[in-house]
Structure formats: C-alpha cells, structure tokens
Design a protein around this ligand. Sequence first.
Ligand code: NAG
Length: 251
Amino acid sequence: MFSSSLIVAFLCIGATYAALPLPSYVKPCARSDPGFEACALDRARETIKHIVNGDRKYKIPVIDPLEITEIIVDNKGPEQAGIDIKIRNAKFYGLKDTIIESIKLNYDEKSMHMDVRLPRIELNGEYEVKGRVLLLPITGKGPLNFTLENAPAQFDTDWIVENIDGSEFMSLTNSRLHHVEPTRVHYDLKNLFNGDKLLGPEMNAVLNENWRESFKELAPPVIQALSTVIAGTVNSIAHAVEYKNVFPLNV
Ligand SMILES: *[C@@H]1O[C@H](CO)[C@@H](O)[C@H](O)[C@H]1NC(C)=O
C-alpha cells in the first residue's frame, strides 16, 4: 500500500566517537558467563529506567516524553491510493513503561532479538493529512492524539564493528521494530475536513471502530520513527564506549 518515502528528522543523534566509560547505569555482562543472556535481560531492564531521562554526556535525548520534530510520509503511489501524513512536534508518552520480555543475543553473529511490551503509548502532535484511509478520502490539519494500549512488539537488530582511529566501536544496522500489535488504538484527529462538524467526528468514529485496519495504514511511519530512535539511542552509547567495554569477556 505504501510506496512511500519516510523522513524522520530527529534531534541530533550524533555519530561522534569517544572513548568514555560505560554510563554508570549500564552494567556490562561477561561474555564468558554461561548466563550471559539472562544477565543482559536483567541489565537492559535496569538500564531502561535510567535512560528514559536522557543523558547529555552520551548525547541521549529524553525518551519520555520523546520529541520528534517531524514525521513525514510522502505517498509516491497513485493519487487514489495511500496517504500523505505529516506530524509536527510529535511527543510520545509512555516509553518509560516499556517492558522487556526477553532478549536473544548472538555475539558471534552480531545480532539481537528483543520481545517487548508497550503498556500505553500516547502520541500527541500537529498532523496534516491528505489522501485515503480505509478507502475513504481524508484531509485535514490540526491536533492529533493516537493512543496505543498494551502492544507487544519485537525489535531486531544487527551490528557491525567499526575501526575509528585504532579503536573499535559498535554500530547498529538493520534495526527494525515490528509486529507492534496493540490490543486497542484510539484516534482523535481534531479539525478534519477543515473543521466540518459532521464529517470530522464521523471519520474519527470510522477510524476508531476499525482501529486495527486504520492502524495498519497509519502506523508504519510512526513505528519506523520509533525504531530509528531506539537504534539512535543505543548507538549514542555504542559510539561513546569502546566495543571491548560493551561486551567484555570478563567483568
Ligand atoms: C488521548 O486519547 C486518550 C485515549 O482516548 C486519552 O486517554 C487521553 O487523555 C488523550 N490525550 C489528550 C491530550 O487529549
């Protein structure tokens, strides 16, 4: 459905490499430990509580609320299919409550899989929309509220090791948040159809009644934005700390 291009303008997650120690709230696990994965799960849960507040030293923005200046989907497909959406000054609330259910980490293959659950994510922002959703024409501009309840999700990523001036750093590649499957989604797009008192509430009712289908059409750019942010956050630490200190053989 989407032959779209996505632009996510995110706060400067910089690729500046530095050889800092790990932040005090990130305790490494020893690769030689037979319980390495269990340790990683434990430490990731601990880390998330701290990281949501941001950390200037490691160029990590505040994650709850997470602010994204602009999320854009340009529909490059035919006029009658798809949708153009812009969300400005997007604010996500609730990432601090993310529950990490499990982690699979393969150090040799440089890949990781995570099962997570997002108990409640509320996205507020200013939307601009034009196109079709659920085959119905939609246009409008105004305040937006998307709220997801209790969404299991999966995060997969690979990483590469880069040599920067003789030191090794890890960089996430191929990161994707997927299978985000909320048990309910609420939509509130104010001022649809130029504030039409009849059509606006009607469209909101249709979106809410068919929340699962609308989610499939409207959520991909939002999920991709979140994915970029997760990878960016991990990279902020990974680019500040030498690889050998992220995954030490022994601690
Ligand atoms: C957004 O929608 C949710 C679910 O309907 C509601 O609980 C919340 O109060 C709304 N937020 C705002 C800012 O209106």
